[in-house]
Design a protein around this ligand. Sequence first.
Ligand code: ZN
Length: 243
Amino acid sequence: MDKIFAIFGDVHSNIDALNVVLDDCRSQGVTDFLCTGDVVGYNACPHECLQIVRDLGCPIVMGNHDHYVSSAQNLEDFNPAAAEVIEWTRHQLNDDEMAFLRSFPFVKTTMGITLVHATMDNPEAFGYVFDHLQAEAHFAHQITPLCFHGHTHCPMIYEKQVSAVYRIDAQDFRLPIGRKYFINVGSVGQPRDGDPRATYVIFDMKTRQITFRRLEYDIAAAQERIRRAGLPERLAERLATGN
Ligand code: ZN
């Protein structure tokens, strides 16, 4: 198969970042899209981002923000800025868009590739995978050689060999046979690894090459949209520093 996949997620309603990523996908010859969830939350363009991602017609798994926005989730114990945007987003979307969000599965396997937003170790609980022990709990559930996720907004590679799991800094590599990989594709719309550029991953099925893409976009425009929508200033500021 000569498919070239773009795997992207944590768009978080950032239309400026999403458009740059999709332009890059076109220039890279991407044939198929896979989305690791959290299309909405944090930024100011939920309607536009949902429409664009929906038009891609690609598999999408349920992110925690997609879930919180489209359910009756009580937000009392949430970080106040996150809760404010979830509440705001609920009021922006129509019934059809809410139903679309609710249709996302928590785990999806397609063409031998698995997608999950956070971890397959209880995917509906949205636990964070930051180290090899948390990745080990995930690998107990991963059947396919390759699984992509997001949620932490930090690109990362977890590799399972016969008896051990390793955490490897995000880097381009060719998938060896006989090992399993759990790859965090980072975030399109709100990177948190100290690099503010939008992130996604390309997987070339024929060459087995994994490539992490980092792209500059108009951060000032995204910040301006947040301010104009009256959303928390902290959410605008953090886009500039990538944390
Ligand atoms: Zn997220």
